[in-house]
Design a protein around this ligand. Structure first.
Ligand code: DGT
Ligand code: CA
Ligand code: CA
Length: 588
Protein backbone atom coordinates (compact mmCIF):
# COMPACT_ATOMS: atom_id res chain seq x y z
CA UNK A 1 0.00 0.00 0.00
CA UNK A 2 1.56 3.27 -1.14
CA UNK A 3 1.40 6.65 0.61
CA UNK A 4 -0.82 7.96 -2.17
CA UNK A 5 -3.34 5.12 -1.73
CA UNK A 6 -3.42 5.71 2.01
CA UNK A 7 -3.83 9.47 1.60
CA UNK A 8 -6.71 8.91 -0.78
CA UNK A 9 -8.58 6.69 1.67
CA UNK A 10 -8.15 9.21 4.48
CA UNK A 11 -9.53 11.89 2.18
CA UNK A 12 -12.54 9.73 1.45
CA UNK A 13 -13.18 9.49 5.17
CA UNK A 14 -12.97 13.29 5.44
CA UNK A 15 -15.49 13.64 2.61
CA UNK A 16 -17.92 11.16 4.14
CA UNK A 17 -17.60 12.84 7.53
CA UNK A 18 -18.57 16.12 5.87
CA UNK A 19 -21.68 14.44 4.51
CA UNK A 20 -22.47 13.38 8.08
CA UNK A 21 -21.89 16.95 9.20
CA UNK A 22 -19.33 15.68 11.68
CA UNK A 23 -17.18 17.83 13.90
CA UNK A 24 -14.99 20.14 11.79
CA UNK A 25 -11.96 19.34 13.87
CA UNK A 26 -12.27 15.64 13.08
CA UNK A 27 -12.73 16.31 9.38
CA UNK A 28 -9.68 18.57 9.34
CA UNK A 29 -7.58 15.96 11.11
CA UNK A 30 -8.15 13.50 8.26
CA UNK A 31 -7.50 16.14 5.61
CA UNK A 32 -4.38 17.24 7.39
CA UNK A 33 -3.12 13.69 7.70
CA UNK A 34 -3.68 13.09 3.97
CA UNK A 35 -1.75 16.24 3.15
CA UNK A 36 1.04 15.34 5.53
CA UNK A 37 1.35 11.89 4.00
CA UNK A 38 1.61 13.30 0.49
CA UNK A 39 4.48 15.47 1.68
CA UNK A 40 6.49 12.59 3.13
CA UNK A 41 9.76 11.68 1.54
CA UNK A 42 9.54 8.07 2.62
CA UNK A 43 6.94 5.30 2.48
CA UNK A 44 4.76 4.84 5.55
CA UNK A 45 5.53 1.13 5.47
CA UNK A 46 9.12 2.11 6.30
CA UNK A 47 8.37 5.00 8.64
CA UNK A 48 6.15 2.87 10.88
CA UNK A 49 9.29 1.12 12.08
CA UNK A 50 11.14 4.36 12.84
CA UNK A 51 11.55 5.73 16.34
CA UNK A 52 8.17 6.76 17.80
CA UNK A 53 6.28 5.05 14.98
CA UNK A 54 3.64 6.76 12.85
CA UNK A 55 2.39 8.94 15.68
CA UNK A 56 5.70 10.75 15.69
CA UNK A 57 4.90 12.14 12.23
CA UNK A 58 3.52 15.67 12.11
CA UNK A 59 -0.21 15.81 11.38
CA UNK A 60 -0.84 12.22 12.44
CA UNK A 61 -2.46 11.48 15.80
CA UNK A 62 -3.09 8.22 17.58
CA UNK A 63 -6.43 7.37 15.95
CA UNK A 64 -5.21 7.96 12.42
CA UNK A 65 -1.92 6.21 13.10
CA UNK A 66 -3.93 3.11 14.04
CA UNK A 67 -5.91 3.33 10.83
CA UNK A 68 -2.75 3.58 8.79
CA UNK A 69 -1.37 0.53 10.59
CA UNK A 70 -4.54 -1.35 9.70
CA UNK A 71 -4.24 -0.31 6.05
CA UNK A 72 -0.61 -1.37 5.95
CA UNK A 73 -1.37 -4.70 7.61
CA UNK A 74 -4.58 -5.66 5.85
CA UNK A 75 -4.89 -3.35 2.84
CA UNK A 76 -8.32 -2.42 4.16
CA UNK A 77 -9.87 0.10 6.50
CA UNK A 78 -12.85 -1.10 8.55
CA UNK A 79 -13.89 2.43 9.47
CA UNK A 80 -14.06 3.57 5.84
CA UNK A 81 -15.93 0.41 4.88
CA UNK A 82 -18.49 1.06 7.62
CA UNK A 83 -18.94 4.66 6.54
CA UNK A 84 -19.40 3.61 2.93
CA UNK A 85 -21.82 0.83 3.85
CA UNK A 86 -24.48 3.42 4.62
CA UNK A 87 -24.61 4.49 1.01
CA UNK A 88 -25.10 2.83 -2.36
CA UNK A 89 -22.07 1.95 -4.45
CA UNK A 90 -21.13 4.99 -6.50
CA UNK A 91 -21.73 7.47 -3.69
CA UNK A 92 -18.15 8.72 -3.74
CA UNK A 93 -18.57 9.38 -7.44
CA UNK A 94 -21.70 11.41 -6.67
CA UNK A 95 -19.63 13.58 -4.35
CA UNK A 96 -17.45 14.57 -7.29
CA UNK A 97 -20.25 16.41 -9.10
CA UNK A 98 -19.24 20.07 -9.02
CA UNK A 99 -21.80 22.21 -7.20
CA UNK A 100 -23.24 19.36 -5.18
CA UNK A 101 -20.86 19.29 -2.26
CA UNK A 102 -21.16 17.17 0.88
CA UNK A 103 -24.04 19.17 2.44
CA UNK A 104 -26.27 18.93 -0.59
CA UNK A 105 -25.28 15.32 -1.15
CA UNK A 106 -26.56 14.60 2.35
CA UNK A 107 -29.75 16.49 1.53
CA UNK A 108 -30.52 14.62 -1.70
CA UNK A 109 -29.62 11.34 -0.06
CA UNK A 110 -31.78 11.75 3.02
CA UNK A 111 -34.70 13.51 1.33
CA UNK A 112 -34.80 11.72 -2.03
CA UNK A 113 -32.76 8.58 -1.50
CA UNK A 114 -30.37 9.76 -4.23
CA UNK A 115 -26.99 8.07 -3.83
CA UNK A 116 -25.54 7.87 -7.34
CA UNK A 117 -24.93 10.23 -10.24
CA UNK A 118 -27.56 8.39 -12.29
CA UNK A 119 -30.15 8.83 -9.57
CA UNK A 120 -29.30 12.50 -9.17
CA UNK A 121 -29.71 13.09 -12.89
CA UNK A 122 -33.10 11.40 -12.82
CA UNK A 123 -34.23 13.38 -9.78
CA UNK A 124 -33.21 16.62 -11.52
CA UNK A 125 -35.08 15.67 -14.68
CA UNK A 126 -38.16 14.85 -12.60
CA UNK A 127 -37.84 18.29 -11.00
CA UNK A 128 -37.64 16.81 -7.51
CA UNK A 129 -34.41 18.53 -6.56
CA UNK A 130 -35.84 22.03 -6.90
CA UNK A 131 -38.37 21.23 -4.16
CA UNK A 132 -35.66 20.70 -1.57
CA UNK A 133 -34.80 23.27 1.06
CA UNK A 134 -32.32 25.82 -0.25
CA UNK A 135 -32.60 24.55 -3.84
CA UNK A 136 -34.52 25.91 -6.79
CA UNK A 137 -35.05 25.56 -10.52
CA UNK A 138 -31.80 27.40 -11.12
CA UNK A 139 -29.62 25.22 -8.92
CA UNK A 140 -31.31 22.17 -10.40
CA UNK A 141 -30.44 23.31 -13.93
CA UNK A 142 -26.87 23.94 -12.83
CA UNK A 143 -26.62 20.44 -11.42
CA UNK A 144 -27.93 18.95 -14.66
CA UNK A 145 -25.31 20.88 -16.56
CA UNK A 146 -22.60 19.71 -14.16
CA UNK A 147 -23.75 16.10 -14.58
CA UNK A 148 -23.64 16.40 -18.38
CA UNK A 149 -20.11 17.75 -18.13
CA UNK A 150 -19.22 14.99 -15.73
CA UNK A 151 -20.34 12.29 -18.17
CA UNK A 152 -18.35 13.96 -20.94
CA UNK A 153 -15.34 14.25 -18.68
CA UNK A 154 -15.47 10.59 -17.81
CA UNK A 155 -14.34 9.84 -21.31
CA UNK A 156 -11.00 11.27 -20.25
CA UNK A 157 -9.33 11.76 -16.89
CA UNK A 158 -6.95 14.44 -15.63
CA UNK A 159 -3.27 13.67 -15.99
CA UNK A 160 -2.98 14.69 -12.34
CA UNK A 161 -5.32 11.86 -11.34
CA UNK A 162 -3.84 9.25 -13.66
CA UNK A 163 -0.11 9.72 -13.27
CA UNK A 164 -0.02 8.59 -9.61
CA UNK A 165 -2.01 5.50 -10.58
CA UNK A 166 0.28 4.77 -13.51
CA UNK A 167 3.22 5.03 -11.14
CA UNK A 168 1.62 2.65 -8.65
CA UNK A 169 1.11 0.06 -11.38
CA UNK A 170 4.64 0.46 -12.68
CA UNK A 171 5.95 0.17 -9.13
CA UNK A 172 4.06 -3.08 -8.68
CA UNK A 173 5.39 -4.50 -11.95
CA UNK A 174 8.99 -3.52 -11.23
CA UNK A 175 8.69 -5.41 -7.96
CA UNK A 176 7.99 -8.69 -9.76
CA UNK A 177 10.92 -11.06 -10.19
CA UNK A 178 9.96 -11.90 -13.76
CA UNK A 179 9.95 -8.24 -14.85
CA UNK A 180 13.08 -6.81 -16.44
CA UNK A 181 11.70 -3.33 -17.19
CA UNK A 182 8.37 -1.59 -16.81
CA UNK A 183 7.00 1.83 -17.64
CA UNK A 184 3.78 3.55 -18.53
CA UNK A 185 3.28 4.61 -22.14
CA UNK A 186 0.52 6.29 -24.17
CA UNK A 187 -0.76 9.78 -23.49
CA UNK A 188 0.26 9.56 -19.82
CA UNK A 189 3.94 9.25 -20.76
CA UNK A 190 3.60 12.05 -23.27
CA UNK A 191 2.12 14.13 -20.45
CA UNK A 192 -1.11 15.08 -22.18
CA UNK A 193 -3.35 17.13 -19.92
CA UNK A 194 -6.02 14.46 -20.05
CA UNK A 195 -5.71 10.72 -20.48
CA UNK A 196 -8.13 8.32 -22.16
CA UNK A 197 -6.94 4.91 -21.12
CA UNK A 198 -3.73 3.96 -19.38
CA UNK A 199 -1.17 1.98 -21.39
CA UNK A 200 1.45 0.11 -19.40
CA UNK A 201 4.36 -1.91 -20.69
CA UNK A 202 6.69 -4.49 -19.20
CA UNK A 203 9.48 -6.65 -20.57
CA UNK A 204 10.10 -10.18 -19.39
CA UNK A 205 11.33 -13.58 -20.50
CA UNK A 206 8.16 -14.99 -18.98
CA UNK A 207 5.33 -12.65 -20.10
CA UNK A 208 2.58 -15.06 -19.08
CA UNK A 209 3.74 -15.04 -15.46
CA UNK A 210 3.74 -11.23 -15.43
CA UNK A 211 0.25 -11.09 -16.92
CA UNK A 212 -1.03 -13.56 -14.34
CA UNK A 213 0.49 -11.64 -11.45
CA UNK A 214 -0.97 -8.36 -12.65
CA UNK A 215 -4.43 -9.76 -13.27
CA UNK A 216 -4.48 -11.23 -9.78
CA UNK A 217 -2.90 -8.29 -7.95
CA UNK A 218 -6.20 -6.64 -7.08
CA UNK A 219 -5.15 -3.40 -8.75
CA UNK A 220 -7.87 -3.77 -11.35
CA UNK A 221 -11.46 -3.67 -10.11
CA UNK A 222 -12.47 -5.72 -13.11
CA UNK A 223 -10.34 -7.85 -15.44
CA UNK A 224 -11.73 -7.94 -18.94
CA UNK A 225 -9.03 -9.90 -20.70
CA UNK A 226 -6.12 -11.84 -19.24
CA UNK A 227 -3.92 -13.29 -21.96
CA UNK A 228 -0.30 -14.42 -22.08
CA UNK A 229 1.08 -11.08 -23.29
CA UNK A 230 -1.76 -8.70 -22.59
CA UNK A 231 -4.11 -7.82 -19.74
CA UNK A 232 -6.99 -5.36 -20.03
CA UNK A 233 -9.32 -4.22 -17.32
CA UNK A 234 -10.69 -1.33 -15.33
CA UNK A 235 -9.47 0.55 -12.29
CA UNK A 236 -11.92 1.35 -9.50
CA UNK A 237 -13.78 4.32 -10.96
CA UNK A 238 -13.89 2.77 -14.43
CA UNK A 239 -10.69 3.95 -16.13
CA UNK A 240 -9.34 1.34 -18.57
CA UNK A 241 -5.82 -0.06 -18.27
CA UNK A 242 -4.00 -2.06 -20.95
CA UNK A 243 -0.87 -3.94 -19.96
CA UNK A 244 1.35 -5.46 -22.63
CA UNK A 245 4.35 -7.61 -21.88
CA UNK A 246 7.09 -7.98 -24.48
CA UNK A 247 10.42 -9.79 -24.86
CA UNK A 248 13.45 -7.75 -23.77
CA UNK A 249 14.73 -7.48 -27.40
CA UNK A 250 11.58 -5.52 -28.28
CA UNK A 251 11.40 -3.30 -25.21
CA UNK A 252 12.48 -0.03 -26.87
CA UNK A 253 10.43 -0.59 -30.01
CA UNK A 254 7.32 -1.44 -28.01
CA UNK A 255 7.83 1.57 -25.76
CA UNK A 256 8.06 3.89 -28.76
CA UNK A 257 5.06 2.26 -30.42
CA UNK A 258 2.75 2.40 -27.39
CA UNK A 259 3.91 5.82 -26.27
CA UNK A 260 2.75 7.24 -29.59
CA UNK A 261 1.39 9.56 -30.51
CA UNK A 262 -0.09 7.78 -33.43
CA UNK A 263 0.89 10.69 -35.70
CA UNK A 264 4.46 10.56 -34.40
CA UNK A 265 4.57 6.83 -35.15
CA UNK A 266 3.32 7.40 -38.68
CA UNK A 267 6.13 9.91 -39.28
CA UNK A 268 8.67 7.41 -37.95
CA UNK A 269 7.38 4.73 -40.29
CA UNK A 270 7.61 7.08 -43.26
CA UNK A 271 11.16 7.93 -42.34
CA UNK A 272 12.00 4.24 -42.05
CA UNK A 273 10.48 3.50 -45.44
CA UNK A 274 12.57 6.20 -47.07
CA UNK A 275 15.65 4.37 -45.74
CA UNK A 276 14.60 0.90 -46.82
CA UNK A 277 13.67 0.02 -43.25
CA UNK A 278 10.55 -1.11 -41.49
CA UNK A 279 9.51 -0.17 -37.94
CA UNK A 280 6.93 -1.94 -35.85
CA UNK A 281 6.36 -2.64 -32.17
CA UNK A 282 8.99 -5.42 -32.23
CA UNK A 283 11.93 -3.58 -33.73
CA UNK A 284 13.54 -1.99 -36.77
CA UNK A 285 14.09 -4.34 -39.74
CA UNK A 286 15.66 -4.13 -43.17
CA UNK A 287 12.92 -4.22 -45.78
CA UNK A 288 13.08 -7.76 -47.27
CA UNK A 289 14.03 -8.12 -50.93
CA UNK A 290 11.19 -8.14 -53.43
CA UNK A 291 9.20 -11.36 -53.33
CA UNK A 292 10.57 -12.18 -49.92
CA UNK A 293 8.05 -11.97 -47.09
CA UNK A 294 10.06 -12.83 -44.01
CA UNK A 295 11.68 -10.10 -41.98
CA UNK A 296 15.21 -10.95 -40.85
CA UNK A 297 16.69 -10.22 -37.45
CA UNK A 298 15.92 -6.74 -36.08
CA UNK A 299 18.73 -4.19 -36.41
CA UNK A 300 17.46 -2.09 -33.49
CA UNK A 301 14.69 -1.90 -30.91
CA UNK A 302 16.05 -3.11 -27.60
CA UNK A 303 16.14 0.50 -26.43
CA UNK A 304 14.32 3.61 -27.60
CA UNK A 305 17.65 5.26 -28.35
CA UNK A 306 18.64 2.43 -30.72
CA UNK A 307 15.39 2.76 -32.62
CA UNK A 308 15.73 6.50 -33.10
CA UNK A 309 19.42 6.10 -33.97
CA UNK A 310 18.57 3.56 -36.69
CA UNK A 311 16.42 6.28 -38.23
CA UNK A 312 19.26 8.80 -37.85
CA UNK A 313 17.45 10.68 -35.13
CA UNK A 314 18.36 11.82 -31.66
CA UNK A 315 16.20 10.31 -28.91
CA UNK A 316 13.05 12.40 -28.63
CA UNK A 317 11.58 13.16 -25.18
CA UNK A 318 8.07 11.65 -24.94
CA UNK A 319 6.45 15.03 -24.26
CA UNK A 320 7.47 16.17 -27.75
CA UNK A 321 6.09 13.16 -29.63
CA UNK A 322 3.02 14.89 -31.05
CA UNK A 323 4.12 15.44 -34.65
CA UNK A 324 4.69 19.12 -34.01
CA UNK A 325 8.04 19.35 -35.75
CA UNK A 326 10.03 17.18 -33.33
CA UNK A 327 11.27 14.75 -35.97
CA UNK A 328 12.72 17.48 -38.17
CA UNK A 329 14.33 19.00 -35.08
CA UNK A 330 15.78 15.65 -34.00
CA UNK A 331 17.13 15.04 -37.51
CA UNK A 332 18.81 18.45 -37.53
CA UNK A 333 20.19 18.04 -34.02
CA UNK A 334 18.05 20.96 -32.96
CA UNK A 335 15.82 19.51 -30.27
CA UNK A 336 15.24 22.13 -27.58
CA UNK A 337 16.85 21.86 -24.18
CA UNK A 338 13.75 21.23 -22.05
CA UNK A 339 13.10 22.41 -18.54
CA UNK A 340 13.33 19.69 -15.87
CA UNK A 341 11.80 19.39 -12.40
CA UNK A 342 15.24 19.88 -10.81
CA UNK A 343 15.55 23.30 -12.49
CA UNK A 344 12.74 24.71 -10.36
CA UNK A 345 13.95 26.79 -7.42
CA UNK A 346 10.73 28.36 -6.25
CA UNK A 347 6.96 28.48 -6.35
CA UNK A 348 5.57 31.98 -6.64
CA UNK A 349 1.80 31.56 -6.35
CA UNK A 350 0.29 30.18 -3.16
CA UNK A 351 -2.52 30.93 -0.76
CA UNK A 352 -2.63 30.86 3.01
CA UNK A 353 -5.20 30.86 5.77
CA UNK A 354 -5.35 34.65 5.39
CA UNK A 355 -7.73 33.83 2.53
CA UNK A 356 -8.91 30.51 1.13
CA UNK A 357 -5.71 28.51 1.65
CA UNK A 358 -5.39 25.88 4.35
CA UNK A 359 -1.77 26.34 5.47
CA UNK A 360 0.12 29.14 7.18
CA UNK A 361 2.98 31.09 5.62
CA UNK A 362 5.50 29.31 7.85
CA UNK A 363 4.09 25.87 6.98
CA UNK A 364 4.32 26.61 3.25
CA UNK A 365 7.87 27.85 3.69
CA UNK A 366 8.90 24.68 5.53
CA UNK A 367 7.27 22.44 2.92
CA UNK A 368 9.01 24.36 0.13
CA UNK A 369 12.36 24.10 1.89
CA UNK A 370 11.84 20.37 2.23
CA UNK A 371 11.40 20.25 -1.55
CA UNK A 372 14.76 21.92 -1.98
CA UNK A 373 13.46 25.33 -3.05
CA UNK A 374 15.44 28.45 -2.16
CA UNK A 375 12.51 30.86 -2.08
CA UNK A 376 8.72 31.13 -2.38
CA UNK A 377 6.15 33.82 -2.90
CA UNK A 378 2.93 34.12 -0.91
CA UNK A 379 0.10 35.54 -2.99
CA UNK A 380 -3.26 35.77 -1.30
CA UNK A 381 -6.30 37.07 -3.13
CA UNK A 382 -7.08 40.76 -3.21
CA UNK A 383 -9.97 42.18 -1.21
CA UNK A 384 -12.81 42.19 -3.71
CA UNK A 385 -12.61 38.49 -4.41
CA UNK A 386 -15.27 37.68 -1.84
CA UNK A 387 -15.76 34.10 -3.12
CA UNK A 388 -12.23 33.32 -2.00
CA UNK A 389 -12.47 35.47 1.11
CA UNK A 390 -10.06 38.11 -0.24
CA UNK A 391 -7.58 39.65 2.12
CA UNK A 392 -8.29 43.02 3.75
CA UNK A 393 -5.74 45.75 3.06
CA UNK A 394 -4.81 45.87 6.75
CA UNK A 395 -4.00 42.17 6.70
CA UNK A 396 -1.44 42.69 3.95
CA UNK A 397 0.46 44.76 6.49
CA UNK A 398 0.27 41.88 8.98
CA UNK A 399 1.49 39.49 6.29
CA UNK A 400 4.42 41.81 5.58
CA UNK A 401 5.41 41.69 9.25
CA UNK A 402 5.03 37.93 9.39
CA UNK A 403 7.14 37.45 6.25
CA UNK A 404 9.84 39.84 7.48
CA UNK A 405 10.00 38.04 10.83
CA UNK A 406 10.28 34.67 9.11
CA UNK A 407 13.07 35.89 6.87
CA UNK A 408 14.90 37.33 9.88
CA UNK A 409 14.64 33.91 11.48
CA UNK A 410 16.00 32.19 8.37
CA UNK A 411 18.90 34.64 8.34
CA UNK A 412 19.61 34.03 12.02
CA UNK A 413 19.60 30.27 11.41
CA UNK A 414 21.87 30.70 8.42
CA UNK A 415 19.20 29.08 6.23
CA UNK A 416 19.47 29.85 2.55
CA UNK A 417 15.77 30.50 2.15
CA UNK A 418 13.59 33.52 1.60
CA UNK A 419 9.87 34.24 1.51
CA UNK A 420 8.63 36.95 -0.81
CA UNK A 421 5.31 38.64 -0.30
CA UNK A 422 3.23 38.88 -3.41
CA UNK A 423 -0.42 39.61 -3.98
CA UNK A 424 -2.88 38.06 -6.41
CA UNK A 425 -4.74 41.08 -7.61
CA UNK A 426 -8.01 40.84 -9.42
CA UNK A 427 -8.30 42.56 -12.75
CA UNK A 428 -11.75 44.08 -12.34
CA UNK A 429 -14.45 44.23 -14.99
CA UNK A 430 -13.38 47.74 -16.00
CA UNK A 431 -9.70 46.71 -16.26
CA UNK A 432 -8.69 48.46 -13.03
CA UNK A 433 -6.61 46.58 -10.47
CA UNK A 434 -8.23 45.63 -7.20
CA UNK A 435 -5.49 47.05 -5.00
CA UNK A 436 -4.59 50.49 -3.71
CA UNK A 437 -1.18 52.16 -3.90
CA UNK A 438 -0.54 51.36 -0.24
CA UNK A 439 -1.00 47.63 -0.72
CA UNK A 440 1.08 47.62 -3.89
CA UNK A 441 3.88 49.39 -2.02
CA UNK A 442 3.88 46.74 0.70
CA UNK A 443 4.36 43.71 -1.52
CA UNK A 444 7.35 42.46 -3.50
CA UNK A 445 5.40 41.61 -6.61
CA UNK A 446 1.92 41.34 -8.09
CA UNK A 447 0.17 38.53 -9.90
CA UNK A 448 -2.72 39.74 -11.98
CA UNK A 449 -5.68 37.44 -12.55
CA UNK A 450 -9.22 37.39 -13.84
CA UNK A 451 -11.77 35.82 -11.51
CA UNK A 452 -14.83 37.95 -12.19
CA UNK A 453 -16.83 39.08 -15.20
CA UNK A 454 -15.62 36.11 -17.20
CA UNK A 455 -18.58 36.16 -19.58
CA UNK A 456 -17.40 39.36 -21.27
CA UNK A 457 -16.84 39.00 -25.01
CA UNK A 458 -13.33 38.27 -26.25
CA UNK A 459 -12.57 41.81 -27.48
CA UNK A 460 -13.48 43.37 -24.15
CA UNK A 461 -11.75 40.72 -22.12
CA UNK A 462 -8.58 41.10 -24.18
CA UNK A 463 -8.60 44.88 -23.82
CA UNK A 464 -9.16 44.52 -20.09
CA UNK A 465 -6.22 42.14 -19.70
CA UNK A 466 -3.86 44.10 -21.93
CA UNK A 467 -4.74 47.27 -20.00
CA UNK A 468 -3.67 45.57 -16.78
CA UNK A 469 -0.45 44.22 -18.29
CA UNK A 470 0.38 47.68 -19.61
CA UNK A 471 -0.22 49.33 -16.23
CA UNK A 472 3.27 48.39 -15.07
CA UNK A 473 1.88 47.07 -11.80
CA UNK A 474 1.43 43.45 -12.89
CA UNK A 475 4.56 41.28 -12.84
CA UNK A 476 2.93 37.97 -13.68
CA UNK A 477 -0.41 37.04 -15.19
CA UNK A 478 -1.98 33.97 -13.61
CA UNK A 479 -3.92 31.19 -15.36
CA UNK A 480 -4.27 33.35 -18.44
CA UNK A 481 -7.26 31.72 -20.14
CA UNK A 482 -9.28 30.72 -17.08
CA UNK A 483 -10.09 27.25 -18.31
CA UNK A 484 -10.93 24.38 -15.95
CA UNK A 485 -10.11 21.06 -17.57
CA UNK A 486 -13.16 18.81 -17.94
CA UNK A 487 -15.08 21.62 -16.25
CA UNK A 488 -15.23 25.14 -17.59
CA UNK A 489 -14.23 26.50 -20.97
CA UNK A 490 -11.68 29.28 -21.22
CA UNK A 491 -13.16 32.74 -21.22
CA UNK A 492 -13.06 34.50 -24.57
CA UNK A 493 -9.55 35.90 -24.99
CA UNK A 494 -7.31 36.69 -27.95
CA UNK A 495 -4.32 34.83 -26.58
CA UNK A 496 -1.97 35.95 -29.36
CA UNK A 497 -2.60 39.61 -28.50
CA UNK A 498 -2.09 38.98 -24.79
CA UNK A 499 1.18 37.19 -25.56
CA UNK A 500 2.31 40.19 -27.63
CA UNK A 501 1.42 42.54 -24.77
CA UNK A 502 3.28 40.33 -22.27
CA UNK A 503 6.35 40.52 -24.51
CA UNK A 504 6.08 44.27 -24.88
CA UNK A 505 5.65 44.98 -21.16
CA UNK A 506 7.88 42.16 -19.94
CA UNK A 507 5.14 40.47 -17.91
CA UNK A 508 5.66 36.77 -17.14
CA UNK A 509 2.77 34.54 -18.20
CA UNK A 510 1.92 31.74 -15.81
CA UNK A 511 1.69 28.06 -16.53
CA UNK A 512 -0.63 27.26 -13.67
CA UNK A 513 0.37 23.77 -12.58
CA UNK A 514 -2.86 22.82 -10.87
CA UNK A 515 -3.90 19.62 -12.71
CA UNK A 516 -7.37 20.93 -13.47
CA UNK A 517 -5.98 24.11 -15.03
CA UNK A 518 -2.64 23.62 -16.81
CA UNK A 519 -3.11 27.14 -18.08
CA UNK A 520 -1.27 28.28 -20.21
CA UNK A 521 -1.63 25.09 -22.19
CA UNK A 522 1.34 23.42 -23.89
CA UNK A 523 0.58 25.03 -27.26
CA UNK A 524 0.10 28.50 -25.80
CA UNK A 525 3.29 28.17 -23.77
CA UNK A 526 5.19 27.36 -26.96
CA UNK A 527 3.69 30.39 -28.66
CA UNK A 528 4.77 32.56 -25.73
CA UNK A 529 8.34 31.25 -25.84
CA UNK A 530 8.52 31.86 -29.60
CA UNK A 531 7.43 35.45 -29.00
CA UNK A 532 10.09 36.00 -26.35
CA UNK A 533 7.80 36.00 -23.32
CA UNK A 534 9.02 34.88 -19.91
CA UNK A 535 7.00 32.22 -18.15
CA UNK A 536 6.42 31.27 -14.53
CA UNK A 537 5.29 27.84 -13.43
CA UNK A 538 3.27 28.04 -10.23
CA UNK A 539 1.13 25.61 -8.29
CA UNK A 540 -1.46 28.09 -6.98
CA UNK A 541 -1.30 25.91 -3.85
CA UNK A 542 -4.21 26.18 -1.43
CA UNK A 543 -2.78 23.41 0.78
CA UNK A 544 0.63 21.93 1.49
CA UNK A 545 -0.02 18.85 -0.65
CA UNK A 546 -0.59 21.08 -3.66
CA UNK A 547 3.11 21.88 -3.88
CA UNK A 548 3.28 18.49 -5.61
CA UNK A 549 1.46 19.96 -8.60
CA UNK A 550 4.70 21.57 -9.79
CA UNK A 551 5.53 18.45 -11.83
CA UNK A 552 2.39 18.83 -13.96
CA UNK A 553 3.36 22.40 -14.78
CA UNK A 554 6.85 21.28 -15.76
CA UNK A 555 5.43 18.51 -17.96
CA UNK A 556 3.15 21.04 -19.67
CA UNK A 557 6.11 23.36 -20.22
CA UNK A 558 8.13 20.52 -21.72
CA UNK A 559 5.26 19.79 -24.09
CA UNK A 560 5.49 23.48 -25.03
CA UNK A 561 9.21 23.13 -25.93
CA UNK A 562 10.05 25.43 -23.02
CA UNK A 563 13.74 25.73 -22.12
CA UNK A 564 14.73 26.45 -18.51
CA UNK A 565 16.12 29.95 -18.90
CA UNK A 566 12.83 31.62 -19.87
CA UNK A 567 11.10 30.28 -16.76
CA UNK A 568 11.60 32.70 -13.88
CA UNK A 569 11.26 29.89 -11.32
CA UNK A 570 14.65 28.58 -12.48
CA UNK A 571 16.45 31.83 -11.72
CA UNK A 572 18.50 32.26 -8.55
CA UNK A 573 16.78 34.67 -6.16
CA UNK A 574 19.09 37.64 -6.87
CA UNK A 575 18.25 37.49 -10.55
CA UNK A 576 14.52 37.35 -9.80
CA UNK A 577 14.79 40.34 -7.46
CA UNK A 578 16.79 42.26 -10.04
CA UNK A 579 14.10 41.62 -12.62
CA UNK A 580 11.33 42.70 -10.24
CA UNK A 581 13.23 45.84 -9.25
CA UNK A 582 13.89 46.74 -12.87
CA UNK A 583 10.23 46.22 -13.68
CA UNK A 584 9.21 48.43 -10.78
CA UNK A 585 11.45 51.26 -11.84
CA UNK A 586 10.05 50.91 -15.34
CA UNK A 587 13.35 50.27 -17.09
CA UNK A 588 13.29 46.54 -17.74
P1 DGT B 1 -5.52 8.31 -25.02
O1 DGT B 1 -5.52 6.95 -24.45
O2 DGT B 1 -6.74 8.63 -25.78
O3 DGT B 1 -5.25 9.36 -24.00
O4 DGT B 1 -4.32 8.44 -26.08
P2 DGT B 1 -3.11 7.47 -26.37
O5 DGT B 1 -2.14 8.25 -27.17
O6 DGT B 1 -2.64 6.83 -25.14
O7 DGT B 1 -3.73 6.43 -27.39
P3 DGT B 1 -4.12 4.89 -27.27
O8 DGT B 1 -4.33 4.46 -25.88
O9 DGT B 1 -5.24 4.68 -28.23
O10 DGT B 1 -2.86 4.15 -27.88
C1 DGT B 1 -1.63 4.17 -27.22
C2 DGT B 1 -0.53 4.31 -28.24
O11 DGT B 1 -0.47 3.14 -29.05
C3 DGT B 1 -0.75 5.44 -29.20
O12 DGT B 1 -0.28 6.66 -28.70
C4 DGT B 1 0.01 4.97 -30.40
C5 DGT B 1 -0.13 3.48 -30.37
N1 DGT B 1 -1.19 3.04 -31.28
C6 DGT B 1 -2.39 2.58 -30.94
N2 DGT B 1 -3.08 2.25 -32.03
C7 DGT B 1 -2.30 2.52 -33.08
C8 DGT B 1 -2.44 2.41 -34.49
O13 DGT B 1 -3.46 1.97 -35.00
N3 DGT B 1 -1.39 2.82 -35.25
C9 DGT B 1 -0.26 3.30 -34.71
N4 DGT B 1 0.75 3.70 -35.48
N5 DGT B 1 -0.09 3.42 -33.40
C10 DGT B 1 -1.09 3.04 -32.60
CA1 CA C 1 -3.91 5.53 -23.79
CA1 CA D 1 -4.77 1.99 -24.94
Amino acid sequence: MTNEQIARQLEQIALLLQVEDANTFRIRSYERAAEAIRGLGEELSVLRHAEGGLEALPGIGEAIAQKIEELLDTGELTYLRELLAQYPEGFLELLRIPGLGPKRAALVFHELGVGTVDALEEACIREQVRELKGMGAKSEAKLLDAIAKYWQGRERALLGDMLPRAEEIVGFLRGLDAVIAADYAGSARRGRETVGDLDVLASSKDPAAVCRAFAEAGILAEVELAGDTKVSGYLPGGRQVDLRVVEPESWGAALVYFTGSQQHNIRLRERAQARGLRVNEYGVYREPAEGDEALGEPIAGETEESLYAALELAWIPPELREDRGEIAAAAAGELPELIEPADIRCDLHMHTRYTDGRASIAELAEAARARGYTHIGITDHSASLYVADGIAAADVGRQREEVDALNARFDAEGADFRVLLGHEVDILADGALDAGEETLALVDYVIGAVHQGMSADADRMTARVIGALASGHVDMFAHPTGRILLGRDAYGLHVGEVVAAAAEHDVALEINASPDRLDLSDVHARLAVERGVRLCINTDAHALGHLEFMRFGVITARRGWVPPEVVINTWPLPRLLEWLTARRSGCS
